[in-house]
Design a protein around this ligand. Structure first.
Ligand code: ACO
Length: 331
């Protein structure tokens, strides 16, 4: 069976930079608290009128260019986001329209922080089974539209940023290089630990003035549960992917973890005994960009030449659901 490989990467973040000091003007927080608890110094926010598909257009064009192909070569696209511009249709069709590649299939993936790895896994199966030859896999978020920037929302609002990352997946020209395997997990027992309650089809009407006033339209997070499970599941799924390929942590050249929180990344690195040159961290610049964080960090790792041909690369994520996943690649 043929193997898929990442032929090109791209990223885009909106121009507007919002520092921790800017957030201090909106809520009772401090630069020191945010840096110490998350490692974040600043993030980028999109202006009103800009949706995730707009950010994704820029990232996608760059990924296509870096793959040395044209948009006409793309025969399927997968869009991972938790902040689509509309409840429906999904962001995939908006991206497709903006790229001018109408007619090809467009799939939306709703797996939050783990969305990009789930999307990559789906694309990998399509390439392996020869259903498609060139798939655009995108993660993009506009979190700034849906956060509570007053003090009651501070535990969540300070963590997230906007951005987009994209990769082009194609059949690998070398059977020894490309995606070795993907591993997907979820545990719905924890669905409410990190979620947005409203709008909800469980209530009539599904969105009310009271829901807005009570802040039920904003995400809520049990930070301690997230920390506890993330620092366990991240290492678990990375080791699972290595063992499935008869490899060990010592073989790993680069871990690109979902940029949830620098403290979580550090905990994972400590558990796996990784040195600083073995993992990517760019959360200080972008905050947590959920489905976009892995493709953005991957793009930067490639640009900074921190990944070289034949390196063993792990992409791993943990997020709302709870969901967690890993992809192991020979670059
Ligand atoms: N600024 C200042 N103070 C704040 C802020 C803020 N932005 N947010 C919360 N606080 C306050 C709380 O109100 C609380 O105050 P209180 O003690 O007076 O009630 C206090 O800080 C809580 O701080 P800690 O004692 O450090 O709380 P805890 O140990 O529970 O840590 C934290 C909270 C930092 C959220 C921790 O649970 C954590 O790091 N969790 C991981 C969450 C995360 O990073 N999620 C990433 C997004 S999800 C994903 O990508 C998987």
């Amino acid at each position: 069976m043929r193997r898929s490989f990442i032929a090109g990467t791209g990223m885009y973040v909106p121009e507007r930079v919002v520092t921790n000091h800017d957030l201090e003007q909106m809520m009772d927080t401090s630069d020191e608290w945010i840096r110490e608890r998350s490692g974040i110094a600043e993030r980028h926010f999109a202006d009103a009128g800009i949706g995730p598909s707009d950010l994704a257009v820029r990232a996608s064009r760059q990924a296509v260019e870096n793959a040395g192909i044209t948009l006409d070569d793309v025969d399927f696209l997968i869009f991972a986001t938790l902040s689509p511009e509309r409840y429906f249709p999904g962001s995939g069709v908006y991206l497709q329209r903006k790229l001018g590649i109408q007619g090809i299939g467009a799939l939306d993936v709703r797996n939050q922080c783990t969305g990009f790895v789930y999307a990559l896994s789906v694309a990998d199966q399509f390439i392996k089974t020869e259903m498609y030859d060139t798939i655009l896999v995108v993660g993009a978020e506009v979190h700034s539209a849906g956060l509570n920037f007053s003090t009651p929302g501070r535990d969540v609002a300070v963590l997230f940023g906007d951005g987009a990352g994209a990769v082009v997946l194609q059949p690998s020209p070398d059977p020894d290089r490309g995606i070795l395997s993907t591993h997907l997990h979820a545990d719905g027992d924890y669905a409410e630990e990190l979620c947005v309650e409203a709008p909800t089809t469980l209530e009539r009407p599904w969105l009310t003035k009271e829901m807005v006033e009570e802040g039920r339209i904003y995400p809520t997070m049990n930070g301690r549960q997230v920390f506890k499970h993330a620092s366990t599941k991240f290492p678990q799924v990375i080791v699972e992917s290595l063992e499935a390929n008869h490899l060990s942590v010592e073989d790993l050249d680069m871990l690109i973890p979902h940029q949830a929180n620098y403290r979580i990344t550090q905990m994972v690195a400590k558990k796996l005994r990784l040195t600083e040159d073995q993992y990517m961290s760019n959360i200080h610049k972008y905050g947590n960009t959920t489905a976009a964080s892995i493709p953005i960090a991957l793009h930067e790792a490639v640009e900074e030449q921190r990944i070289e041909k034949n390196d063993l690369v792990s992409l791993a994520a943990f997020g709302s659901g709870f969901t967690w996943a890993a992809a192991l690649l020979r670059w």
